[in-house]
Design a protein around this ligand. Structure first.
Ligand SMILES: NCCCC[C@H](NC(=O)CCN)C(=O)O
Length: 406
């Protein structure tokens, strides 16, 4: 049995290696054409074309969202009437404003596609499987803003998946990094314009409100728990020194280790925004982001298998580190899964121009495809033994129960 599983894992690796040029082409096409959240039309079309050209995939473009897609293969194996084990791989492909693929989502898309191809090839190489198996690739837009996975969850797109995999580029390999829950808000101050020299007393200064809000939050921050974060930018700050700004806009992200604390941090931040409005006489409007992201619910069974497979491929794993937030967090509360991080051959930091260069560099290819192999090998572990899937699901149920306790 163990030898057979090893041979299948070998098949995963060979198939991904054989497809490396076209997989590189896929990641490259997305990298060269960065698109913002919910606008990833070129990436969507590129991925849809890729899976349409591959044999055996049923592809659904514009799946529930304009720039989402679903590609499915199977079911294969098993006997009639058996329930299907449906393994999901997720592709992200949105970029950041001004700096392109500074978070390497082109590599996430490539990695998800490569893992799916590798797993399919291994499954095809074997005639008899004890269970019916299906492979699903979900193209999930808008991770950097909005949360396409949350939209898709609300549409029921994850309901028939048993386990989900994706991986995110960063400075090291890690089976897990603590992604934070996040809530976002757009803050708009409305004041009254006036000539800033001739009759300033007629004005109501919306920039003062914005600056006070920024300072209030900065003061508040020193009383935060170490695992809370808040950060914002002034998106509009006025147009000319001699016009008292009648409109300003800020955007803030509020993060906590658990989504249960998001209402607490939000209440404190709201008080800061309202205080600035009251002090300056401005009107304030708070527009909250449509989707909160949850922290990632861990599945150690999957993490351990992934680490074992990664080590067999030569990966070295870090045991600590920091991370931002991800809409995979919400997925992990609905379906067991993992969201490991992978090194791409560069020490550059995510969300910088240097990282954009690193995620488009040839050097990133080896690491991306090695990660895809480890994901597909882990999927094989789950498929190969019903006990492993039971364990993964049991751990998920227990984690949910713990998490739901008051
Ligand atoms: N609604 C804002 C979501 C921000 C998500 C973003 N995610 C990452 O940086 C992780 C990798 N892309 C963040 O944490 O700021």
């Amino acid at each position: 049995m163990a030898e057979k599983l090893q041979a299948l894992k070998q098949q995963v690796c060979c198939s991904i290696d054989e497809a490396k040029d076209k997989l590189h082409g896929l990641g490259d096409a997305i990298w060269h054409h960065p698109e913002l959240a919910y606008e990833e039309r070129h990436a969507h079309d590129t991925l849809v074309r890729f899976f349409t050209q591959e044999k055996g995939w049923t592809v659904e473009p514009h799946y529930k969202l304009e720039t989402a897609f679903r590609a499915t293969w199977g079911p294969v194996g098993g006997a009639d009437g058996e329930s299907v084990v449906n393994v999901g791989f997720l592709c992200e492909y949105d970029a950041l404003p001004s700096i392109g693929h500074a978070c390497g989502h082109n590599l996430i898309a490539e990695c998800g596609a490569a893992a799916a191809l590798g797993l399919k090839a291994a499954l095809e190489s074997e005639e008899a499987w004890p269970v019916l198996i299906k492979v699903t690739v979900l193209g999930t837009p808008a991770e950097e803003d909005g949360g396409g996975k949350v939209d898709l969850l609300q549409e029921g797109s994850f309901q028939d998946l048993d386990v989900v995999f994706m991986a995110h580029p960063t400075q090291k390999n890690a089976t897990y990094l603590p992604a934070m829950a996040i809530h976002s808000v757009l803050v708009k101050y409305h004041g009254r314009a006036a000539h800033a020299s001739a009759y300033p007393w007629e004005g109501v200064n919306a920039l003062d409100a914005a600056v006070m809000a920024y300072s209030n939050i900065s003061v508040l921050r020193q009383q935060f728990r170490p695992d809370w974060r808040i950060h914002g930018v002034i998106k509009h700050g006025g147009v000319k020194p001699n016009i008292i700004p009648d409109y300003t806009e800020l955007e803030y992200y509020m993060r906590t280790a658990s989504h249960r604390d998001l209402p607490n941090i939000t209440a404190k931040a709201e008080a800061c925004f309202h205080a600035a409005a009251m002090a300056t006489g401005c009107e304030v409007e708070l527009l909250f982001g449509k989707n909160d992201f949850y922290e990632v619910l861990r599945n150690r069974t999957l993490e351990d298998l992934y680490e074992e497979n990664g080590k067999a491929l030569g990966m070295k794993f870090a045991i600590d580190g920091f991370s931002g937030s991800t809409d995979f967090g919400n997925v992990s509360h609905a379906v067991p899964g993992i969201h490991p991080y992978f090194y791409i051959g560069s020490e550059a930091l995510n969300h910088t121009a240097e990282y954009t260069a690193a995620s488009g560099a040839d050097k990133a290819q080896f690491y991306t495809l090695r990660t895809a192999k480890a994901l597909a090998m882990t999927a094989l572990d789950v498929i190969f033994s019903p006990d492993v899937l039971d364990k993964v699901k049991q751990e998920f149920r227990e984690a949910k129960l713990r998490e739901e306790k008051p």
